[in-house]
Design a protein around this ligand. Structure first.
Ligand SMILES: [Zn+2]
Length: 360
């Protein structure tokens, strides 16, 4: 263990080293492991990598965060050596320039960075699309009378970021007086689930979709009854994404300390996952997902500690820790579930899980 990139070829065995695959660690520029860890996870989400490399092969456009990401992925993909270390200098510089949140030397939240990156890439793709925008705008409003959540963002044309990561949740509210049901759909790029001690990701997802009763001051305004009524509400997955990104809400704001604290709870995540919290009409709701990457946080809070990533590639598992990459046994994955003891300890625990549907 602890071998650098050169030892990796021996660890894998030169004869088993996948042809056309590169395993490159990333230099840390001072607390940029939140960024490195997410970049590695995304690199090993194959559909995402393929699209980014495809973008790179298109005619050169102006420098954006997307073009810098494409250059970085391409740089890794076209290395002569099979393993080594790369400095994602241009990407990190562009990131800091584009968003002041990341323009410092503090540790950042890897999940915030992931969502920022996916949204930025999607926005840039939309901007660069040849303009048939005017004709589309009119049709995008409210299909089938549904409205798009309580956020006022208008529905825009989907990009391949949406094709890969976007799923749809359906919110169902049943009035307990008239039994009338209203539904509201909401798109997501990732799901954020609450965590509890000694549970599993399946449990977290079930809790996420559990029926909640709205009563007392939280009553629901029923259009049918024209008054506030008690109601039951539940949220289920209606459209399953190609890649399901699951964010474990491990950072919790504690009033008493006026800061975020980390929940290192042991949450088991399986190598194979089926979503059980799908709505009745959900298409291919029995899809099987394979775990392909995990961003792991170690340490005690969002602005301290360290991020690493474990990924699955060609049937084996690798651990990326900034400028180190090593092969790990599949049995070592359970070390990243968290801790079942409540003693405050610096534990390595799964923070963002990436599951990919098997049929692609
Ligand atoms: Zn009602």
């Amino acid at each position: 263990m602890g071998v650098g990139p050169s030892g990796l070829v021996n660890d894998i065995g030169p004869e088993h080293f996948p042809p056309n695959e590169r395993y490159f660690a990333l230099v840390n520029f001072g607390n940029t492991c939140y960024c490195n860890s997410v970049l590695q996870a995304l690199y090993f989400c194959k559909p995402f990598r393929d699209k980014i490399l495809g973008y790179k092969s298109q005619p050169k456009k102006k420098e954006t965060l997307l073009s810098c990401l494409a250059d970085l992925f391409n740089n890794i993909n076209t290395q002569k050596k099979k393993t080594g270390v790369i400095a994602p200098k241009k990407f990190v510089a562009k990131l800091k320039k584009e968003n002041e949140l990341f323009d410092n030397f503090l540790q950042q939240d890897a999940h915030e960075f992931l969502i920022y990156l996916l949204n930025t890439v999607a926005d840039l793709l939309q901007e660069e699309k040849p303009t048939d925008k005017n004709t589309l705008k009119g049709k995008q409003g409210l299909p089938n009378g549904k409205y798009n959540g309580n956020n006022n963002e208008t529905k825009t044309e989907p990009t391949w970021v949406h094709d890969i990561f976007q799923g749809t949740l359906t919110n169902e509210t049943r009035c307990l007086c008239c039994e009338g049901v209203s539904t509201r759909d909401e798109d997501f790029l990732d799901l954020s689930v609450d965590v509890e001690q000694n549970t599993s990701i399946t449990h977290c997802l079930r809790e996420f979709s559990n029926t909640e009763t709205l009563s007392q001051e939280c009553k629901y305004y029923c259009e049918n009854c024209c008054s506030k009524q008690e109601a039951q509400k539940r949220m289920q997955v209606k459209k399953l994404p190609m890649i399901l990104a699951l964010h474990l809400k491990r950072f919790k704001f504690v009033e008493q300390y006026q800061r975020y604290t980390k929940l290192s709870y042991r949450v088991v995540f399986p190598l194979e996952l089926r979503l059980l919290n799908t709505s009745d009409g959900a298409e291919s709701s029995d899809k099987l997902y394979d775990l392909v990457a995990v961003v792991v946080h170690s340490g005690s809070g969002p602005n301290r500690g360290h991020y690493i990533t474990i990924v699955k590639s060609h049937g084996f598992w690798l651990l990326f820790d900034d400028d180190v990459v090593e092969k790990i046994e599949v049995s070592a994955i359970e070390e990243f579930y968290g801790t079942a003891t409540d003693v405050q300890r610096s534990t390595e625990s799964g923070y963002i899980l990436f599951y990919q549907t098997r049929d692609i």
